[in-house]
Design a binder for this molecule. Sequence first.
Ligand code: NAD
Ligand code: 0WE
Length: 260
Amino acid sequence: MGFLANKKALIIGVASNRSIAWGVAKAMHEQGAELAFTYQNERLQSRVEKLAKELDSNIVLPCDVATDENISDLFTQLGTHWSEFDILVHSVAFAPKEELEGDFVENTTREGSKLAHDISSYSLTALAKAARPMMSGHPSAIMSLTYLGAMKAMPNYNVMGLAKASLEANTRYMAYALGPDNIRVNCISAGPIRTLAAAGIGDFRKMLDHVEQNAPLRKNVSIDEVGNAAAFLCSDLASGITGEITYVDAGFNIVGMTGY
Ligand code: NAD
Ligand code: 0WE
């Protein structure tokens, strides 16, 4: 029996079979979890339904995390399938494309900044607020995905770096607030992975090459490696861990200087 047997997990953020959320879903399924999925819009519905089926799930519900109504409807609908659940995975981020390049100070706008923080950080709080009644009182876990650009200044990541810094602080504040309800909250900082969210990001290949040459493990990470760490963090094996940012990045973040 897997270490997630008898756990129910809601996975938010699958857009393709390259999505990090898909790697998480596969790993959780492998460990015996029962799954439900959401999709952002109708364009993604049939794709997510098909992927869900591959992991024996037929619970596939709409949710654009930009609106409270969508979030509230999501848990109303989920409640018709599950009276309680144990795991919430948030694998969602957005900033306007034009703000993910060039000079941070020149290119960041008030609207872009609001949107990036709303979708990429506040949505985690909003989802937890709505999920709380179904997750409280039994061992539960919430997790999300962040990136090193929250901690270090990097070219082009720009306003997303600020939104991820907010998401990481959100992880700690939520862990503090939800601990008494027996809900743990953690976050994985993944290395760069070629997903839809990485498509069209200039020089992504160069970033992957740089990590491969300089990370202690001399490789890039896969969605399966991120998924396995997520499955652990959301399982009772991690019952003593909350409010943490766990790096799954082949060790890249611990390196100070390379090339000697
Ligand atoms: P992806 O494009 O596969 O997933 C991003 C998801 O966000 C999509 O499913 C999309 O539908 C969803 N989304 C965006 N706006 C939404 C909204 N308003 N409502 C609902 N869903 C919305 O890309 P990914 O790389 O798997 O990204 C998942 C997470 O991983 C993001 O938080 C991202 O910042 C993080 N991350 C990615 C990398 C990387 O290099 N790919 C590295 C570290 C962290
Ligand atoms: O978090 C991310 C990307 C999130 C993302 C991606 C897009 C592309 C499409 C947020 N918003 C949008 N908006 C769009 O219109 N990553 C960690 C991947 C990523 O994105 C980068 C990176 C890395 C790594 C952008 C610039 C520099 C590095």
